[in-house]
Every structure is written in structure tokens, then in C-alpha cells.
Design a protein around this ligand. Structure first.
Ligand SMILES: [Ca+2]
Length: 260
């Protein structure tokens, strides 16, 4: 006699798995197979997953030597039943676990964490948007996550004031600042940090130029994205004024980034 335990989540036991091509998702079903007795004997068995509503076959796997098996990448919204049997040996009857509900393993995107970050400017203090230098920091007052090699793109850039100038760590000339190519808004700068990071603080220095303070951001958001395509807003700021020409990052302003 063989029994099939009610499946429970566990991280291993996957030996091989064959999936019907029409079902997928982030659901997981895990359990173990054992031969009844004192003690029970773990059993290596063919384990087959079916949809409970239609009986359609979904996937096969083999339980490991310790009896454990796992199905992954299945639809978490469906119910299933699981059949374990010993195939050609035919010593034991097949055992069924019915009404099995997957555990959803969908990865929850962490708040305030992304590979791509940007400043999205919807208003300046009157001039064409510009920034001398911007720093993204994992901790307040911490190291700058950008470097002069960080890929930067902009909504637009003036020919002599490229987007990369916002992360070149140079303040000595106003050409070392990013300047948009027109006074149109919004304007933005996007940074590819290479891997997902959490940003806790942004420091911004206005362009080191007489026009820097009026061209500095007034209303803006700090946004993050996992793919550079879909954006989430980490923090919003409005009415930010009283900027000084940015001769150093300490002349700029610091903004705490808190998930919204
Ligand atoms: Ca710069």
C-alpha cells in the first residue's frame, strides 16, 4: 500500500518535468511519495499532474529518492489532482491526491528597487531644464551609484551639454552639465545602473551657470523600472526653489526617496 501525502511547498525534489505547452504561470505544487509502513519508505515514482476541472494532463515528473517532487510554472488559479504510480513494476496501485491548489510563487517586485532610475521633470524654475550633477545613493549621504560610465539617456539634450554630463562628477564648466534642447516639458534623464538597486537618496546640483538656478527642477518625480519601459514613482517633489549654481554636489539639494 502506498500513500501520497498532501502536497506541501518545498524547494527541491525536481528531477525532471514535462509540461503541456498550454499552461504556464508561477504556481508550484510540491509533495512527497512514500510507501506506508513504520517507518514509511520514500518512493521514487512517476508523478503526474492533471487539471481537476477537465482531467487534462499538465505535467510529469519523477519523485526524488527521498520521495519529494515538485511542479513549477503552472497556473496558480486552477485546482489539480496528482497521481503517483510505479510504472512498469506494477507492484503498487496508483495513488491520487485530489483538490491540490498550487502555491503562487510569483515574484513580488520589491518596492523602490530597479535597474533603471530617472528624474522626470514637469516644471523648472523658469528656464530650460538642466542639471550639473545628480547622484543616486543607496543610503543617505552614501556613495554615488552612478559613475561617468553609467549609461544615461535624456528626453533631449543640447548639443554641447550631453546627458552624460549629469554623472561625470565634473562641475568646472557649464558644458559639464546636462541641458535639454528646448524649454518644452516634461524632460527627463534615465540612468541604467546595470543591476537592480534600491535608492534612498538623490542629490542634485544645479547647472554651474548664471541660468542654473532658474533651469533647475521645480516639480519632479524620481522613478524606477525593472525594464526601462514600465515606470513606478518612488517619490514626488514640488515647488523646489532657491537653487545655487552647482560648484559642488554639496551646493545642491538632497532628497529622501521614499516609496509612494
Ligand atoms: Ca557634471
Amino acid at each position: 500500500m502506498e500513500r501520497l501525502m498532501t502536497p506541501i511547498p518545498h524547494p527541491c525534489g525536481l528531477d525532471f518535468m514535462r509540461l503541456a505547452p498550454d499552461l504556464s504561470g508561477y504556481g508550484q505544487i510540491a509533495g512527497d511519495v512514500a510507501i506506508a509502513g513504520t517507518p514509511e519508505t520514500p518512493a521514487r515514482r512517476l508523478v503526474r499532474l492533471h487539471r481537476r476541472d477537465t482531467g487534462a494532463w499538465v505535467a510529469d515528473t519523477l519523485s526524488a529518492e527521498d520521495g519529494q517532487y515538485r511542479f513549477a510554472l503552472i497556473d496558480p488559479a486552477l485546482e489539480y489532482y496528482v497521481v503517483a504510480f510505479d510504472g512498469l513494476a506494477a507492484v503498487y496501485n496508483a495513488e491520487i491526491a485530489d483538490r491540490v491548489i498550487p502555491v503562487s510563487a510569483a515574484p513580488a517586485p520589491p518596492a523602490n528597487t530597479g535597474r533603471y532610475w530617472r528624474i522626470h521633470i514637469t516644471a523648472t524654475n523658469g528656464g530650460t531644464a538642466s542639471i550639473q550633477e545628480i547622484e543616486l545613493r543607496a543610503t543617505p549621504g552614501g556613495a554615488d551609484l552612478t559613475t561617468p560610465a553609467t549609461p544615461v539617456t535624456a528626453s533631449s539634450q543640447y548639443s554641447g551639454n550631453q546627458a552624460v554630463a549629469a554623472v561625470d562628477n565634473l562641475f568646472d564648466s557649464n558644458v559639464r552639465a546636462w541641458v535639454a534642447s528646448s524649454a518644452n516639458l516634461p524632460q527627463w534623464l534615465t540612468f541604467d545602473l546595470g543591476t537592480a538597486v534600491t535608492v534612498a537618496e538623490v542629490a542634485i546640483a544645479a547647472r554651474n551657470h548664471p541660468s542654473g538656478p532658474v533651469s533647475a527642477p521645480r516639480d519632479f518625480t524620481i522613478q524606477y523600472s525593472r525594464d526601462g519601459d514600465t515606470w513606478s514613482t518612488a517619490a514626488s517633489y514640488s515647488g523646489v526653489g532657491a537653487w545655487q549654481p552647482g560648484t559642488d554636489i554639496s551646493v545642491g539639494k538632497r532628497f529622501a526617496v521614499v516609496p509612494e
